[in-house]
Design a protein around this ligand. Structure first.
Ligand code: UT7
Length: 335
């Protein structure tokens, strides 16, 4: 039986129009552009207008991805959406956007894994292609994090943004290219350090949960920082080792964008050059499930991804969850 590899054959993105700069935040809370830039590398973020919902961004990123590929929505077999901010507890974002984009032959589902949601959705989607069962899987990473932000908590408010990205997975025309390997892990002991306490089945919304501000994100930033650096770097080194890739063989490292200092520390721990690391946190902040597809999309638009390139993408998020994917890039630049 010949090997089928899944390859990314198109990318798309969507960012809400409203840009909020660090200077804008200075007007509403006790913070400064200087602190935010120095401690996080973030200069601005996009916020979605209330009332539109995550599906608005997810559907636009999906349509952008399909338009760039020249693929009709009816051709899509499966939609997987990595997200932590669905419009409603149910139906899923996949169902909502299936209708919005007109993917009338697709089935699909949402996948929740904190900031690792897109990476886990990508490796899940790849399995459907590799098994030979499906030929076109749309993987979306989309989050409206502004819904979780407490204006009274400056340490979390300044670091998140809203945004979405999407990729199309198809069988690779060249079996040497595409998604070669992945490693993924979870550790529930880390759950306490990054969470939204209410709004689920254990603490449904009540007057009290709203009054106590339990629907906002709560984070032990320093602990999350340490685990993010160690786990993203170590899983990426492990995947490099397993695939015999030395630091000099790697063409691009695409890390989850949570903090520029996390990205830099991760690259240092991996002993790779900062020149091959994609950074766009300055423009978008942490868009949770949006970071990796947005970073891949930006890298492709900037001509930083060439066919055959060895690329590693890594994520870390609430759970804790983390993982790494190794690709040989399969897209032609002059499509
Ligand atoms: O996607 C995965 C999830 N998230 C992450 O990966 C985030 C990981 N953590 C981080 O990125 C960082 O821990 C933060 C950016 C959240 C915080 O940076 P830090 O360097 O760890 O700061 P800190 O929490 O240790 O706080 C240092 C000081 C404190 O003041 P005092 O107690 O030293 O007087 C904070 O009150 O900075 C203060 N501070 C701020 N000052 C101005 C915290 N947030 C702000 C702010 N503006 N926005």
């Amino acid at each position: 039986m010949s090997l089928i590899r899944a390859a990314i054959t198109s990318l798309g993105k969507f960012l809400p129009e409203r840009v909020v700069t660090n200077k804008d935040l200075e007007k509403i809370m006790d913070t400064s552009d200087e602190w935010i830039v120095q401690r996080t590398g973030i200069r601005q973020r996009h916020f979605l207008d209330p009332g539109l919902g995550n599906s608005y961004m997810a559907s636009r990123a999906a349509t952008d991805c399909l338009t760039r590929a020249g693929v009709s929505p009816s051709e899509i077999d499966t939609i997987i959406v990595g997200t932590i901010s669905a419009d409603n507890p149910f139906p899923s974002t996949a169902c909502i956007i299936q209708e919005m984009i007109g993917a009338d032959n697709a089935w699909g589902f949402d996948l929740t894994a904190g900031c690792s949601g897109f990476l886990f959705a990508l490796i899940t989607g790849a399995q459907f292609i590799e098994s030979g069962r499906y030929r076109k899987v749309l993987v979306v990473g989309s989050d409206m994090n502004s819904m979780y932000l407490n204006p009274e908590d400056r340490s979390t408010y300044v670091i998140f943004g809203d945004g979405a990205g999407a990729v199309l997975l198809e069988p690779s025309a060249d079996p040497e290219l595409g998604i070669i390997d992945f490693m993924s892990q979870i550790d529930g002991a880390g759950g306490q350090y990054l969470t939204v306490k209410a709004g689920g089945s254990k603490r449904p919304a009540t007057f009290e949960t709203v009054q106590n501000k339990e629907h906002f994100v709560q984070q032990d930033g320093r602990t999350v920082f340490k685990f993010a650096v160690k786990n993203m770097a170590d899983v990426s080194v492990a995947i490099m080792k397993r695939n015999n890739i030395g630091s000099d063989d790697l063409d691009l490292f695409v890390p989850h964008q949570a903090n520029l200092r996390i990205i830099e520390a991760c690259a240092k721990r991996m002993k790779i050059s900062p020149d091959i690391v994609i950074v766009n946190i300055d423009k978008y902040a942490n868009t949770t499930c949006g970071t990796l597809p947005l970073a891949l999309c930006d890298a492709e638009e900037q001509g930083r991804l060439k066919k055959g390139d060895r690329v590693i993408a890594a994520a870390f998020g609430a759970g804790f969850t983390w993982g790494s994917v190794y690709f040989r890039w399969a897209m032609d630049r002059d499509r």
